[in-house]
Design a protein around this ligand. Structure first.
Ligand code: LMR
Ligand code: MG
Length: 515
């Protein structure tokens, strides 16, 4: 912890109060986090499912507090004014949204600037917000915790790039290991004297030193920070990648090299417009890409994943009791959505149990997606019927959720699309289907059609629907309906059942128990 922290904060961390009083609590009370970075100042208000908080509000202002600091040793004067104004606004927004006191952390620029302490005092005087100035190792730790929010049991190296620093932290099966901070922030590199040659030498020396301290780190490299996200957007544009979701976007070391060349070969202004990157971010991309190339060259990660979770999410994760951390963020978010938006909360589970025999050989990774689909099978009921199928697909594939690979987003989206529609051809999302295999698309169709049929059997929550028996080798599907469910098996239900049978390429028999 940093010497700047106030005694009250030292007792209970940056929030100054416990966020999750009961480990069994599944909902989070609204909370606001402010990240005063060297580049951007951001307010995030979290709300919703405790294990998978939703972004109730998210606003970023590119203040550039660290710009020009290498020369002056002081915060950028214009940036200081803009940051103070941003914090005044955030304070009011937090009050308006009922977040309680905002938790505000400040990183490299404020911690290193001569006038950092003075700025901190000014902020507190003018806004009442207490800046919690953290050191580089703490920044690395929090950022890595943020990654754990989305990938609970993961292994790898988290690399967080800010404006004036870069942090590395190792994660091992859910815990944060070695961590380091260095000065390879793109604002610093831009201000550096000596041209490209000196800059490259500094990058190479620094990364070599990090490698020496951290040892071999060949697992996944997790990228956190706005400059990495801008590079990922350019990588997407270069590849013509169809899904514009940054979280869980994957790159290979080879792709990083190709993108570095692509950046060098293209006009930056045109490139940033095509890729949808702001001017302020794009200006730092040429510096950041040199760092990324060196990090990748040195550590040789087996793959690279973008994380939109970082320090802000890390602050939340930090406060979670272990019991809550152990829950699956995806399932928790889906449960929450079901409770809030489905017509019959709890029916998702009934459907899951009913259709489960169709997926007996599914591995745990797939099973959780199937479960998620069932929980979400009815949350879009308010959409206009003509748009429901596409709305579902859109919601699932673009959801602001952790714990989902891009291919899993498409699988989930297709399953929900088929919950409402027999066919997927001709939809405006067709270019996204290429992100999953033909076999997975067919499985998602079976899942969707199974949910579509099961949703017809709407009974009291304690009633028995009956059951499905599936013999994959013989491709035989048997439907046994309980006496209560039998009367629900009308023409439409039967047509839906037959559509499922067809998707399975099966033969069916229907058995109705006598009442
Ligand atoms: C910062 O230092 O501002 C970073 O946390 C993130 C950014 O916006 O580059
Ligand atoms: Mg930062």
């Amino acid at each position: 912890m940093d010497g700047n922290s106030t005694p009250a904060q030292e007792d209970s961390g940056p929030f100054g109060r416990p966020l999750f009083d009961k480990p069994s609590a599944r909902a989070l009370s609204r909370v606001g986090v402010v990240d005063v970075g060297s580049n951007s100042v951001r307010l995030v208000v979290f709300d919703g499912a405790a294990r998978s908080p939703a972004y109730f509000f998210n606003e970023k202002i590119m203040c550039g507090l660290g710009a020009g600091m290498s020369e002056t040793g002081r915060l950028n004067p214009e940036g200081r004014v803009r940051a103070l104004n941003a914090l005044k606004r955030f304070k009011l927004l937090g009050d308006g949204m009922g977040t309680g006191p905002l938790t505000a952390v400040a990183t490299a620029a404020v911690r290193d600037a001569e006038d950092g302490a003075e700025f901190r005092a000014e902020v507190e005087r003018e806004t009442g917000i207490r800046l919690w100035v953290i050191d580089g190792r703490e920044e690395a730790r929090l950022s890595a915790q943020g990654v754990l929010l989305g990938w609970p049991g993961s292994y790898g190296l988290v690399c967080d790039i800010g404006g004036s620093s870069m942090e590395l932290a190792e994660i091992n099966g859910g815990t944060v290991g070695k961590r380091m901070s260095c000065s390879l922030g793109p604002l610093k590199l831009r201000d550096m004297k000596g041209g490209r040659k000196a800059r490259k030498a500094l990058i190479a020396d620094t990364v070599a030193r990090l490698r020496k301290e951290l040892g071999e780190q060949k697992n996944r490299l997790f990228l956190v920070g706005g400059s990495w996200r801008a590079i990922a957007r350019i990588d997407m544009e270069r590849r013509g990648y169809p899904l514009q979701v940054l979280h869980e976007y994957r790159m290979t070391p080879k792709a990083v090299r190709a993108t570095a060349k692509y950046i060098a070969a293209n006009d930056l202004e045109e490139l940033r417009n095509r890729a949808g990157v702001s001017a302020a971010r794009a200006a730092l991309v040429p510096y950041a890409i040199d760092v990324l190339r060196e990090v990748v060259r040195t550590f040789k990660p087996r793959d690279i994943a973008v994380s939109s979770y970082g320090i802000r999410e890390g602050l939340l994760y930090e406060q979670m009791p272990q019991q809550l951390r152990d829950r699956d963020p995806l399932i928790e978010a889906c449960r929450f959505a079901e409770a809030k938006d489905a017509r019959l909360p709890g029916f998702g589970r009934v459907i899951y149990e009913f259709i489960e025999p169709l997926f007996k050989s599914a591995k745990p990774d797939r099973r959780r997606i199937i479960k998620a689909a069932c929980l979400l099978h009815d949350v879009s009921w308010r959409s206009h019927p003509d748009y429901r199928a596409e709305d579902c697909f859109d919601n699932a594939t673009r959801a602001n959720l952790g714990g989902l690979k891009h291919s899993e987003r498409i699988y989930l989206g297709l399953a929900l699309l088929h919950r409402y529609s027999n066919k997927r051809e001709g939809s405006r999302f067709e270019d996204l289907y290429e992100l999953i295999s033909e076999q997975d698309a067919t499985e998602a169709e079976v899942l969707g059609k199974a949910m579509r049929f099961a949703a017809m059997l709407w009974l009291r929550s304690d009633a028995k629907l009956g059951n499905l028996r599936w013999y994959p080798k013989k491709r035989k599907l048997e439907l046994y309906l309980s006496p209560e469910a039998a009367a629900l098996f009308g023409e439409v239900a039967e047509a839906r059942f037959m559509s499922l049978v067809e998707a399975l390429g099966a033969e069916a028999s229907i058995h109705t128990a006598r009442a």
